[in-house]
Design a protein around this ligand. Structure first.
Ligand code: TYD
Length: 215
C-alpha cells in the first residue's frame, strides 16, 4: 500500500494560506492525486467544537498552557480521525496549520517554554510530523493589513481575536517560523508571500512535486 503525503501550510496573519491551499489542491487533483484539504484548529466535528472555544471572540479566556492543551486535544482528534486514515488510503492531506503554529504562536509569540510544548507534542502525537511544511513568510505589517481587510469583507468578524494582538507579537511569531525552518530544513520550506498569487502557487507546487519525486 502506498502511503500518502502530509503537507502543512504555515504563516502569520494575512499570509494568503487559504488561497494557496485551494490552488495546490486543484493542481494536484489535475494530476490525478486524491487530495484532502483540512485546517487547524478543526478538521473533524470534535476538533471544530474546540476551534469555537479558541478562536471566537466569546470563546473564553484561557491561560497560555490551557490554550496549548486545547490545541493539542483538537490535534489528536484531527490526526487520529482524519489525517492518518486518509494517509493510509494513499491520499495527499493538506492542512492549514499544524504543530508549528503552536510552536510559533504559543512559544515564540506568547513565550511558553519550547521544551514544554515539545514534551506535550511527544506525549500527544508520538513524533507524528508533516512530510513537508510550507511557511508563507510576510512582513507582519503587510500581513495584518491584508488580513483585516479580508475580515471586513469576508464576514469572519468573530474570528479576529488573534489578529488584535500587537505588532511585536507578530514579529516574534515570524522569527519563530524562521527558526523552525532553520532547525528542520529537510521538512520546511520558506516561501516569500509578497510575491503574486500565481508565482507563490508555482513555488509551492514545485516544492510538492519535488517532495513527491524524491520519495
Ligand atoms: P484562523 O482564522 O484559521 O486564522 P488564519 O486564517 O490566520 O489561519 O484562526 C486560527 C488562529 O489560531 C490563528 O490566529 C492562529 C491560531 N493558532 C494558534 O495560536 N496555535 C495553534 O496551534 C493553531 C493551530 C492556531
Amino acid at each position: 500500500m502506498t502511503k500518502g503525503l502530509f503537507i502543512t501550510l504555515e504563516g502569520g496573519e494575512g499570509s494568503g494560506k487559504s488561497t494557496q491551499i485551494e490552488r495546490l489542491k486543484e493542481r494536484l487533483e489535475k494530476q490525478g492525486y486524491d487530495v484532502v484539504a483540512t485546517r487547524e484548529p478543526g478538521g473533524t466535528p470534535e476538533a471544530e467544537k474546540i476551534r469555537d472555544l479558541l478562536v471566537q471572540r466569546d470563546g473564553g479566556r484561557w491561560t497560555p498552557m490551557a490554550e496549548v492543551l486545547l490545541f493539542f486535544t483538537a490535534r489528536i482528534m484531527h490526526v487520529e480521525d482524519l489525517i492518518k486514515p486518509a494517509l493510509a488510503e494513499g491520499k495527499i492531506v493538506i492542512s492549514d496549520r499544524f504543530t508549528d503554529s503552536t510552536r510559533a504562536y504559543q512559544s515564540a509569540g506568547h513565550g511558553l517554554p519550547a521544551d514544554q510544548i515539545e514534551a506535550i507534542n511527544a506525549l500527544c502525537l508520538n513524533g507524528f510530523e508533516p512530510d513537508l511544511t510550507l511557511i508563507l513568510d510576510i512582513d507582519p505589517k503587510t500581513g495584518i493589513e491584508r488580513s483585516l481587510k479580508e475580515n471586513q469583507t469576508g464576514g469572519t468578524e468573530n474570528e479576529d481575536r488573534f489578529e488584535k494582538l500587537d505588532l511585536r507579537f507578530h514579529e516574534n511569531l515570524r522569527q519563530g517560523y524562521l527558526d523552525i525552518a532553520g532547525h528542520e530544513p529537510a521538512r520546511c520550506k520558506i516561501i516569500d508571500a509578497r510575491d503574486g498569487i500565481t508565482q507563490i502557487a508555482d513555488q509551492i507546487a514545485q516544492s510538492v512535486f519535488d517532495k513527491i519525486s524524491a520519495r
